[in-house]
Design a protein. Sequence first.
Length: 159
Amino acid sequence: MTDTPSDDVPTLIAWAGGPAAIRRLIDAFYDRVETDDLLSPFFPGGVSDEHRHHVSLWWTEVLGGPADYTLQLGGYERMLAHHRGLAITAEQRLRFATTMSRAADDADLPADSEFRAALISYLEWGTRLAMANSQPDSTPPPHAPVPRWGWGVAPPYQP
């Protein structure tokens, strides 16, 4: 799940283009969500700028940026609280992941296979965990660190 970055291998957030690139991703994602019949019911009335900002902080931290979500908003416990009781279905989970992948294209994030594999890896892991934790009978751990995602098995190709 995590890599120890070396001086010559950038973090995923650096490779993506920094926090501004993640904000583009999150805005593109929620723009799609607001018109999606399966996902929009989670956000009656639309997705606020504040919510978009908070999710951008989460993704920035996960991809190797500063721990602002943890320091400002409460980290894992806060994110867990937002998903508890939602009863996310497998179809909604897949739509979320697919929509986020499309939003990465909309946001013009790097399209190299290594970066996209790392991004999709986090999407798969995170959405499956969120789905499990959202079920009425779930008993997730009450405390955990925010994940710090890395390149996994394929670091960026740099000729």
